[in-house]
Design a protein around this ligand. Structure first.
Ligand code: GLU
Length: 470
């Protein structure tokens, strides 16, 4: 069998973390079997659909490298196909026009609720053979069987049974002539030869209705796999209030696609005790069997852990550097050609979890305007330091080979000569050069910055220290 899966987001919002995970599983499953993966955009909800969301869907998938083999198909381009199929069902007696007014349906619903019944359409128009009333509003309903059961084997959840008596005569065409989701999805999956429908568990209740429509069309029933929901750590629905839902927001914040993919993969899928997966490796081992049935808790800390892992593991190539440059530009940091950015990354990345953080923490390399905090000056500087600082400046000024080893060597001998702790010298230099009392090895930073820049910053410190104690 030639495996064919699809991802069918509605264009009514940005692509949500949970939806991207479904897309990933669906894509990986197809990749595993050398099959194909389709992108289909469900945009028949005219009021809520928006092209900006279609762009968001496409950008997100492209960024993550989840590429589709066919599409993107837009349901709005396929309206004639749906219309013809609805007519086919009307002709074969599997569907009927329902002329019940909105008012009647409302009253019916209210009555059923008041009497403790599940609200259902009472099938008033079902048996009025081929009823056609001119100039009157109608919807088209699917004639759902009233007896027997729909049984399907969910590839994640096992056997699922629905009684037909619980299923309504579903509206497949609205009053405005537009086909409804449950109908379009069936026709598309059929037309596009989808073999495996992998989607969110919120669609489980739709599956028996869709299977019944497929049966009425004498069509092949695909395999179904309903993936569990992503929830907040407090078990509530994953929502924007607590975490960013739109995946591109994570990109903006400096998350790497490798981390997002690995995190989403593990959020509901496992393979032995392994955490880290290379995308090509996953394609080889991915199987639906290892998808969890339970809801998955979104955990930002874990995502940050993955991001930090990949930030430190990825080769520092042009791609990495270009990504970082984008964040430097966003922070208005003028990227400076004569600073070796590879060395900056090598030194700084182990202290960061995101590209954005890397850009912020590396700012002092590229930005010469270092603001020296008065509080730090008070904490770390004493009057007698002025002489020592001047001496350090002069020594470094006359240093021939500007590298971390010779800088350290000189500083060590100054510390000995003045009987002060080396760590105190380091701290003064750290404050002068980075503006902060925390940084990696200061002599390595000085080497990367170069002699001229280092001395320039020291001069500024000397002036501040002098003003402070004069
Ligand atoms: N459009 C639906 C959604 O965004 C998915 C439909 C399906 O996969 O069958 O939830």
């Amino acid at each position: 069998m030639n495996i064919k899966t699809r991802f069918a987001p509605s264009s009514t919002g940005c692509l949500h973390i949970g939806s991207v995970r479904t897309a990933l599983y669906s894509w990986l499953f197809a990749q595993h079997y050398n099959g194909s993966f389709i992108l289909r955009i469900e945009d028949t909800d005219i009021k809520r659909s928006n092209n900006q969301y279609i762009d968001n869907i496409i950008k997100t998938l492209k960024w993550l490298g989840i590429f589709w083999d066919e599409g993107p198909y837009l349901q709005s381009d396929r309206l004639t196909i749906y219309k013809n199929k609805i007519n086919e069902l009307l002709d074969s007696g599997h569907a009927y026009r329902c002329y019940c007014s909105i008012d009647r349906l409302k009253k019916l619903r209210l009555k059923q609720i008041l009497h403790g019944y599940k609200p259902n359409y009472d099938r008033k128009c079902r048996d009025k053979k081929r009823l056609i009333l001119n100039n009157q509003d109608y919807v088209v309903r699917f004639k759902n069987p009233v007896t027997d059961q729909v049984i399907f084997h969910d590839q994640i959840r096992g056997k699922i049974i629905f009684n037909n008596s619980e299923l309504d005569d579903l509206v497949i065409q609205r009053r405005n002539g537009m086909p409804t989701y449950n109908f379009c999805v069936v026709i598309d999956d059929l037309d596009m030869n989808i073999t495996h429908v992998i989607r969110g568990e919120d669609h489980i209740n739709n599956t028996p209705r869709q299977i019944n429509i497929l049966k009425a069309l004498n069509a092949y029933i695909p395999n179904y796999a309903h993936v569990s929901m992503v929830i907040n750590p407090d078990k509530s629905n994953f929502s924007k209030r607590k975490n960013a839902c739109d995946v591109l927001e994570y990109k903006e914040k400096g998350f790497l696609k490798e981390a997002i993919l690995n995190y989403l993969l593990r959020l509901g899928w496992s393979y032995q005790n392994q955490e880290i997966f290379d995308i090509n490796e996953i394609k080889k081992i991915f199987s639906i069997r290892n998808i969890s049935k339970s809801p998955s808790e979104f955990n930002l800390k874990k995502l940050l852990w993955f991001n930090s892992y990949y930030l430190n593991k990825l080769p520092i190539d042009c791609m990495f550097i270009n990504q970082l440059k984008k964040y430097l530009i966003k922070l208005n940091i003028q990227y400076n050609q004569d600073i070796n950015i590879i060395k900056v990354i090598e030194l700084m990345r182990s202290r960061c979890s995101t590209l954005q953080e890397l850009a912020v923490k590396s700012r002092f390399f590229f930005d010469d305007i270092i603001n020296i905090d008065a509080k730090l000056m008070k904490k770390y500087f004493f009057k007698q330091y002025n002489v020592i600082l001047q001496f350090i400046y002069d020594t470094l000024y006359s240093l021939k080979f500007w590298n971390a080893e010779s800088i350290i060597y000189s500083l060590k001998s100054i510390a000995m000569e003045f009987s002060i702790l080396l760590k105190n010298i380091f701290m003064s230099l750290r404050i002068a050069i980075t503006g902060s009392d925390q940084s990696p090895n200061i002599s390595v930073i000085m080497e990367i910055l170069g002699k001229e820049r280092t001395l320039c910053r020291m001069k500024k410190l000397l002036k501040i220290a002098k003003d402070m104690f004069d």
